[in-house]
Design a protein around this ligand. Structure first.
Ligand code: DGJ
Length: 693
């Protein structure tokens, strides 16, 4: 084990230790992910760089006179800095953003104030460091990168390349000691290899770097002469300029001696107040990250009591605590809408309420018995893909920050579950076995498609009624969208559980009109609800294989059509809209005595151009008013699909889904302000961030 004082001894480090040591450093957000890959390959270089410092290295830095820089005259790291000092700097001596302008911003190491510089005294710290300037070096800014990957050194294309000499040379003034060095590479070029020397020893050989993939390589090197020398080049470049080396960043870290004392210091540094989880106002960290952290904190506390554990053990625990501490995820508190960005709830989890609807409700919290007005968001939980989990609800006081209220209508895992699990046995206590068979067939978590849930409150019955697009295979078809029905469930509280009643085919094309899909009658897919001022509720849905929208009146309970399809009178009980126009994702709302209907085209999960319509009454004449999106050059409704437009005071908000068909749970929400001119024409413009008026 190396000595902590006096002349620096030999550093004998295993590859695993080296990897852990550098991983602890992290190297910033970008570095974290790739380090394990780079670190693994650094193994070979560990011994090479760490084993010995070259006696032939001239002290004094790049191009400087060697002077009398022998190891005895160079103070050791631990004589120059206290553990606390180094710890506060996260042991980072240099963090060089290669090729960056001086004002490139970002954090810097302890000995450095510029992002990068030619070799010389640092303007802030006086330490000698930097690169050796050469005509062939080109600093390049890359706007696909961020932070440390924003800039890099390249070799000019026309430069004469000398296999041994051409490269990037850096020198860093450091006290004698062992340092963990991480080199980062991020570039738009085809695959190539890079080699590095530290203290004249090859520490990284033929490291492969791939196009736009962050690659890191980490190694240890021991410095005795006060100056850490680095060279990054490609000796195998030959005549192929496509193999020129690049270099994005360099991290130089001091390597601590891992002891019980060091662990105690870290415990002191990472001590954080209790995460008061039950009180969401004061919860700062996501439950998962906080649990992981406390587990490591407790383990570190226990180990720090021992003073004779092997250094490996202190190191491992140090790293684990550090990693858990760095991994603490603060819960974001919002004060604006950020369309298209990750949106997390007040526990830090991604909001799962796709194809949803927001409204103002007076709700009584079943847990506290308190009644309050809340914004209420229902939507599809896509945690397990399509919509296997059920329908979720969230509540909010300000529309920016949402609290998860759970799954209000659960899908069913198996037929047996309906007879065995308390949730279902009490919910469906009065259902016959045949009715339960139907519940399972319609809500089967393995096959049912439950989309676009919409909730309305029935003043007369005091019940909350939830309608949704209920689809899935049928007895005659395996297609997951074969059923094409509208499902309905009820509860006496918006918190649920909602009890599934049934799913239905709805109205059909009258015989005197052209049916665009006569082979399958009464289909109902994308849907929405609307309750008019007089309390009449309507269901708006895509029918005729999504070619024609329908609006149908609901009964007084809102649980079925006002009149069955067989008895329904066209124009009184339902209407067809825009036959053959192929519209879906309807969102109907009223404003200033008129009615508006926002729609999308039908292109699966891919976004398409919006179109809206206006009418004087719900079952009246609807006029096509075109695309309300302004500046939507790609005609994709700002890459979203409508699901709801709701009123907030005098304002209206457009809610859309930006579907991620590859990973539906990671679909984003696009909420935008809706504007109206004096004639009542509606427009929606894009903005990255906005607040309520
Ligand atoms: C578009 C609909 O609007 C969505 O709800 C969903 O059903 C997808 N089609 C499936 O492709």
């Amino acid at each position: 084990m190396r000595s902590r004082r006096g002349t620096y001894g030999l550093a004998v480090l295993t590859a695993a230790a080296m990897l852990a040591g550098c991983a602890a450093g992290g190297g910033g957000a970008q570095a974290g992910g790739a380090l394990s890959g780079g670190g693994a390959e650094a193994a070979g270089g560990a011994q090479a760089g760490g084993a010995e410092a070259s006696g032939s290295v001239q002290a004094g830095g790049l191009g400087q006179d060697a002077g009398s820089g022998v190891s005895e005259t160079v103070p050791a790291l631990w004589d120059v800095h206290t553990t606390q000092e180094l710890m506060a700097a996260d042991y980072l001596m240099y963090r060089v953003n290669c090729g960056a302008a001086e004002d490139a911003g970002g954090e810097t190491g302890l000995y450095q104030t510029a992002a990068d510089q030619p070799y010389g005294a640092d303007a802030g710290t006086g330490r000698q460091w930097g690169y050796r300037p050469a005509d062939y070096m080109q600093a390049v800014e890359d706007d696909t990168g961020d932070g440390l990957t924003r800039y890099r050194w390249e070799i000019g294309e026309d430069a004469e390349y000398d296999a041994e000499q051409t490269g990037f040379y850096y020198d860093f003034e450091v006290p004698a000691g062992t340092y963990g060095v991480t080199l980062g590479f991020y570039n738009p070029f085809s695959a190539r290899t890079v080699t590095a020397e530290a203290e004249n020893q090859t520490v990284m050989e033929d490291q492969k770097i791939l196009k736009y993939q962050l690659t890191e390589n980490a190694f240890y090197t021991t410095v005795t002469d006060g100056s850490l020398q680095l060279k990054v080049y490609n000796p195998d470049r030959g005549k192929d300029a496509m193999k020129n080396p690049v270099l994005s960043y360099i991290l130089v870290r001091a390597v601590p001696e891992y002891t019980a004392d060091l662990l105690k210091q870290l415990l002191k540094q990472t001590e954080i107040p209790e995460n008061v989880i039950p009180d969401r106002q004061t919860m700062r960290y996501t439950a998962g990250s906080y649990e992981a952290f406390t587990e490591q904190y407790r383990a570190a506390e226990a180990l720090a009591q021992k003073d004779d554990a092997p250094e490996e053990e202190y190191r491992g625990q140090y790293m684990a605590l550090k990693e858990a501490y760095d991994g603490l995820e603060e819960i974001k508190v919002y004060d604006s809408f950020l369309p298209g960005k990750k949106w997390t709830d007040d526990e830090g989890n991604l909001i799962q309420a796709h194809g949803g609807q927001v409204q103002r409700l007076t709700v009584t919290d079943p847990a506290t018995g308190q009644t309050a007005e809340k914004w209420w968001w229902v939507g599809e939980d896509k945690t397990n893909g399509s919509s296997r989990s059920g329908i979720c609800a969230y509540s909010s006081d300000d529309l920016y920050n949402w609290h998860y209220e759970g799954i209000v209508m659960r899908n069913v895992e198996s037929r047996a579950q309906l007879d065995e699990e308390e949730y279902f046995t009490s919910l469906y206590a009065d259902y016959t076995p045949q009715q339960k068979d139907n519940v399972f067939a319609c809500l089967d978590a393995g096959s049912a498609i439950i989309e676009r849930p919409k909730l309305i409150f029935n003043e007369k019955t005091g019940m909350y009624v939830l309608w949704f697009h209920a689809d899935g295979p049928t007895e005659t078809s395996n297609s997951s969208y074969a059923a094409a029905c509208a499902g309905v469930a009820v509860s006496d509280t918006p918190y649920g559980p909602f009890k599934f009643i049934d799913r239905y085919r709805l109205n059909t094309c009258p015989p005197d009109q052209e049916d665009f899909h006569p082979q399958s009658k009464g289909m109902a897919r994308d849907m929405n609800l609307f309750v008019d001022e007089d309390g009449t509720a309507y269901i708006i849905y895509s029918s005729e294989e999504n070619l024609t929208l329908y609006i149908s009146k609901l009964n007084d309970e809102y649980t079925y059509l006002a009149v069955s399809p067989e008895q329904a009178v066209y124009g009184r009980d339902y209407i067809r809209l825009f036959p053959g126009a192929q519209r879906e994702a309807p969102a109907l709302f009223a404003r200033d005595g008129g009615y508006y209907l926002m729609t999308s085209g039908c292109t699966g999960w891919a976004p398409n151009q919006a179109r809206y319509y206006r009418a004087d009454s719900v079952l009246g004449e609807w006029e096509n008013c075109g695309d309300p999106c302004v500046g939507d050059d790609n005609h994709t409704t700002f890459e979203s699909q409508s699901t709801c437009i709701f009123r907030v005071g005098d304002a209206f908000i457009y809610m859309g889904d930006r579907w991620n068909s590859e990973d539906l749970k990671n679909s984003r929400y696009i909420w935008l302000p809706v504007a109206f001119d004096e004639a009542g024409n509606m427009s929606i413009s894009y903005t990255d961030e906005w607040k309520l008026p």
